[in-house]
Design a protein around this ligand. Structure first.
Ligand SMILES: Cc1cc2nc3c(=O)[nH]c(=O)nc-3n(C[C@H](O)[C@H](O)[C@H](O)COP(=O)(O)O)c2cc1C
Length: 169
């Protein structure tokens, strides 16, 4: 076991510790054809409220995509399927055109909705707060679709896939 209890933590080490918490993988998209399209691989996505339906995610403040998320006031959470690991890699790089070869339609506000995902949630930004070195976005879900495709997972710095369901009792 690796016990840590002081404040001179190594950032990489803290990230490793936080990475113990397994998640799904999303690409959060924004922008439209009048401005530009942006998309960022993110596993900070979480559901917050059902009534009204609210979700959150956070973006590092230095992201070149931040201004587009702010200007558009909307975002789409695209939950990636196991077969979409390439998209996760593509949208986690600082590329000139992240959407090259990506199949998408323009949804509410013209924001890209990536096709063949496990689920997509089209959201309107209702709150934006700077928290430490990230910007926290809260969005109200205005439209969603989902399928029974197998999701892509991320844990301990690796892409993973769902094993068999465990019996809980
Ligand atoms: C699995 C995974 C999860 C990530 N989650 C986040 C996240 O929640 N927030 C974030 O700002 N960056 C996250 N990143 C890093 C961004 O995807 C990466 O910095 C990307 O280049 C950001 O796009 P940008 O250059 O347009 O800002 C994640 C990367 C990976 C591989």
């Amino acid at each position: 076991m690796n016990t840590k209890s002081n404040t001179s933590w190594d950032k990489r080490d803290l990230r490793n510790a936080l990475g113990s918490f397994g998640t799904g993988v999303t690409v959060v998209t924004s922008g439209n054809s009048q401005s530009r399209f942006v998309g960022v691989t993110a596993n900070s996505f979480s559901s917050v409220s059902l009534e009204p339906p609210i979700v959150l995610w956070s973006l590092v403040s230095t992201s070149p995509s931040l201004e587009v998320f702010d200007e558009t006031g909307r975002f789409v959470i695209n939950v990636l399927a196991l077969q979409q690991m390439d998209l996760s890699k593509q949208f986690s790089k600082n590329l000139e055109d992240k959407f090259a070869g990506v199949e998408f339609i323009e949804g509410l506000g013209g924001v890209p909705v990536i096709q063949n995902c496990v689920a997509t949630f089209e959201c309107k930004t209702i709150q934006r707060t700077v928290v430490g070195d990230h910007v926290l976005f809260l969005g109200q879900v205005e439209n969603y679709v989902y399928t029974n495709k197998t999701p892509l997972l991320f844990c301990q710095g690796n892409y993973m896939q769902v094993a068999e369901a465990l019996l809980s009792n």
